[in-house]
Design a protein around this ligand. Structure first.
Ligand SMILES: Nc1ncnc2c1ncn2[C@@H]1O[C@H](COP(=O)(O)OP(=O)(O)OP(=O)(O)O)[C@@H](O)[C@H]1O
Ligand SMILES: [Mg+2]
Length: 256
């Protein structure tokens, strides 16, 4: 692991039956960087994210965040240590306000289970009020504050993605993992989301993202990891990746 990495993926592998979905993938993420993982369908990107966030267990290899080995820790423990994530398909509690959805997200990650989260157990009112205030600030940051008290079920697709983002940021993460965070968004919404990600990065949060939109990846990322058939085939800044012959071969016929 490089001394200055906030997140290190060390020779991580995962198989499904006979299929090696992720094969000895290693890379570091520097603090304050925006790093993208790209690759064709089935390359292993989502599996890699699931390994990093703890939804899947690796066959071998290590994941280290800020000097702490994450292997074996459940997703909520990783979240409590500073790993936020968004899901490709936004997860909302319908019948609850946008603000409560962000609050429950925070409780869900900070506590051991759904019941605790829903009951808001063991918290003083003052703590609760401070948490609400914090979540409102996060909603302000993503541009959803004016919808805070509306039912989350009434949000449109783009706003649901913003809610996902708010939920990840409410945890005050060191590192945030974004899974296809602009899929289904309009051009304008995508631009807004990119601004949010840059703002988050400027506040010192490290960003790791999986994204299919090459224009976005090339514009937003400081560094890119390219995967194909479970393996890392290239890594570097956007200018280098665009010229890399192995990458061009994989994306032959597609503009990168
Ligand atoms: N739970 C699973 N069980 C069996 N095979 C799986 C499972 N999850 C993923 N795979 C397989 O592992 C490989 C990698 O899949 P993965 O979803 O990680 O790719 P991806 O890069 O995210 O693709 P996409 O761009 O289409 O989302 C694929 O061949 C996929 O079919
Ligand atoms: Mg995927």
């Amino acid at each position: 692991m490089a001394g200055d990495a906030v997140l290190s993926i060390e020779s991580i592998s995962k198989s499904f039956g006979g299929l090696r979905a992720v094969s000895e993938v290693s890379f570091d993420v520097r603090p304050g960087a925006i790093k993208a993982v790209i690759g064709p369908n089935g390359a292993g990107k989502s599996t890699l994210f699931n390994l990093i966030t703890g939804l899947e267990s690796p066959l071998s290899g290590r994941i280290v965040m800020d000097g702490c080995i994450l292997n074996g820790l459940k997703p909520n423990r990783r979240a409590a240590l500073g790993m936020g994530r968004t899901f490709q398909t936004p997860q909302v509690f319908e019948g609850m306000s946008v603000l409560d959805n962000v609050l429950v997200g925070r409780h869900l990650h900070a506590t051991s289970g759904w019941l605790d989260a829903l009951a808001y157990t063991g918290r003083s009112r003052r703590e609760e009020a401070a948490m609400r205030e914090h979540c409102l600030e996060v909603l302000e940051k993503v541009g959803l504050a004016d919808r805070a008290h509306e039912d989350a079920a009434d949000l449109a697709c783009g706003q649901l993605k913003l809610l996902e983002m708010a939920r990840a940021l409410a945890l005050d993460p060191k590192v945030v993992l974004l899974d296809e965070f602009t899929a289904g968004l309009t051009h304008q919404e995508t631009g807004h989301m990119m601004d949010i990600v840059r703002g988050v990065r400027d506040e010192g949060v490290t960003v790791l993202l999986v994204e299919h939109d090459m224009h976005l990846v090339m514009n937003l990322s400081d560094e890119i990891v390219v995967m194909n058939f479970g393996q890392k085939i290239a890594e570097g800044p956007p200018e280098e990746i665009q010229r890399d012959e192995r990458v061009i071969e994989v994306y032959l016929g597609t503009e990168i």
